[in-house]
Design a protein around this ligand. Structure first.
Ligand code: NAD
Length: 520
């Protein structure tokens, strides 16, 4: 923690040199935590920003107990009133957009506009959740029995556990907590150990709203490792729903553990997203989309473009254009406005990238651009790389995996049917795109024969989704949906109600169950 700009940023966000790692959400809700210390280092230069005393198992129990009793009060508050609280949270987040965005840049290494964009996403979802609080609609059905009425209604679930990845340290909390908050639940937020300060800042920003509405215990934070906090959360029967965002291997563990107690999981896991480029595509637009998709956030988005499936007739032309655009990318300190690509999250990510490139070349790939490590003056502790483009085949084992780094595999095809087979032939199913001017190609891509992903775009890249739609993916991406549309339903329990307003008791399906003889 060095220059005065950073010192005053941390002060404005209430981050001290040493911070407790658990709170029940109110201004004075911070616990005197007793776990092990965790130092948050900036990926920009590898230097420490501040320290967190993590929550111990005992601290976790204290927060979870508080959350359970807070839930029983909160669930009785009318949903539109909860919506007003969420709206207020949206307002305070908007007021702190610049500061919180900068902290995301400092702690996660995103460029400034992406850090700010993440906070804007939180503000947008708050608006969505506020409206939703008046639209938690159930249906009515016509009963088959005379003088009966049927309807379904939605009740809050209880405690929702929110486990998040380092690359969206703020927005993913809001997709879950604000929508689920409108639904009437209480929350336990366990952020990534790489980005604990962003989570602390969010808690500090919303704390005055928590106090004003007396909802201490609804938006809780517990920072800790998987032994003290992660695994106990997964096994905790007080938490009916665990929402987990992260790698597929983490998701497998979450799914197994939560299922073994018949809990519900909402999984948002890795992607292996591709753009198909048809011969009639606007190549300038397609290469811009590939550039943002593959290089934006240094290739560290779940929706990052990892594969370009390009028609062989236009491959040389597309490739030249893309490489020229790659050469114009400014790589460096994400705190500087001109930077378009910042560092990888840590040195381990750099090693994983180098290993993946080596494997791709060993499996038959050809390096077309980049892939080198960069040493930047004054930022020697950060992990900076040149994004890589590798000509490859879809079936290479390394192409089948998600490497969380800016590596783009270029794969050629000769007709649309083949492109679709290649596109779907990976274990993951998050985001997908096609660039084409043909209605036939567009509609084929969107048909049952087309993309098997949760997100399918036409003439738009794979990353940068809006909050209004349901977000998530199929296959190894985990099947979860968050944010817009009717994603709220996962945070509630459905109840079917039947009311008999007649004077008889007819049974469904015409079943008769009445003694025929006169009663003795
Ligand atoms: P990660 O799997 O290493 O960690 C994710 C979270 O899971 C962290 O909070 C971590 O502490 C927690 N965790 C790990 N083991 C746990 C356990 N046993 N019990 C409880 N919690 C546990 O992922 P990461 O490196 O932080 O993030 C990158 C990954 O996340 C990529 O695979 C990316 O695609 C994925 N991601 C997916 C989405 C999506 O919406 N699909 C969004 C963002 C990131």
């Amino acid at each position: 923690m060095r220059d005065s700009r950073i010192t005053s940023l941390l002060q404005r966000l209430g981050i001290k040199e040493t911070n407790p790692g658990a709170t029940t959400g109110a201004v004075n809700g911070w616990l005197n935590t007793s776990g092990t210390p965790l130092v948050s280092c900036s990926p920009i230069d590898g230097k420490p920003i501040a320290r967190v005393i993590q929550a111990s198992r005992q601290d976790y129990e204290a927060v979870a107990d508080r959350a359970v009793s807070a839930f029983h009060r909160f669930k009785m508050m009318p949903a539109p009133m909860r919506g007003e609280i969420i709206q207020e949270i949206g307002r305070v987040l908007a007021r702190h957009k610049e500061d919180l965005g900068l902290l995301i840049t400092l702690e996660a290494g995103k460029i400034i506009s992406e850090g700010q964009g993440e906070v804007q996403e939180m503000v947008d979802i708050a608006g969505f959740a506020t409206g939703l609080s008046r639209q938690l609609y159930g249906r009515t059905m016509h009963s088959e029995r005379p003088a009966h009425r049927m309807y379904e209604q939605w009740h809050p679930l209880g405690l929702v556990g929110i486990i998040t990845a380092f690359n969206f340290p703020a927005a993913v909390w809001s997709w879950n907590a604000l929508v689920s908050g409108a639904c009437g639940n209480a929350h336990l937020f366990k952020p990534s150990s790489s980005t604990p300060l962003t989570a602390i800042a969010i808690q500090n920003i919303i704390a005055p709203v928590v106090d004003r509405y007396d909802i201490d215990g609804i938006f809780n934070l517990v920072i800790g490792d998987r032994n003290e906090i992660g695994n106990p959360m997964l096994s905790d029967p007080r938490i009916p729903l665990i929402s987990a965002t992260g790698s597929t291997s983490m998701g497998r563990h979450v799914a197994r553990t939560v299922a073994s107690r018949l809990g519900r999981s909402l999984l948002e896991l890795g992607g292996n997203n591709a753009i198909i480029i048809e011969p009639d595509a606007d190549l300038d637009m397609a290469s811009d989309a590939a550039l943002f998709g593959a290089v934006g956030t240094a290739g560290q988005r779940c929706t990052s473009t990892r594969r370009i499936i390009v028609h062989k007739g236009i491959k040389p032309q597309f490739c030249d254009l893309l490489i020229r655009k790659y050469q114009q990318i400014t790589i460096g300190n994400p705190m500087e406005e001109k930077t378009l690509m910042g560092p990888l999250i840590d040195q381990g990510a750099g090693t994983a990238m180098a290993d993946a490139i080596r494997e791709a070349l060993g499996q038959g790939g050809t390096l077309l651009y980049g892939g080198d490590r960069l040493t930047l003056k004054g930022l020697e502790g950060g992990c900076y790389v040149k994004p890589a483009i590798i000509e490859a085949r879809n079936h290479y084992p390394i192409v089948q995996q998600e490497t969380f780094a800016p590596i783009l595999y270029l794969i050629e095809y000769s007709d649309l049917d083949q492109a679709l087979v290649l596109h779907n032939d990976v274990p993951q199913g998050l985001s997908s795109a096609i660039f084409t001017g043909s209605m036939h190609a567009q509609e084929t891509f969107l048909s049952h024969k087309g993309s098997d992903c949760g997100i399918a775009n036409v003439n738009i890249g794979t990353s940068g989704a809006e909050i209004g739609g349901a977000f998530g993916g199929e296959k190894e991406t985990g099947g979860g949906r968050e944010a817009g549309s009717d994603a709220w339903k996962i945070y509630m329990r459905r109840q079917t109600c039947t009311i008999n307003w007649g004077r008889d008791l007819p049974l469904a399906q015409g079943v008769r169950f009445k003694p025929s003889a006169d009663l003795p």
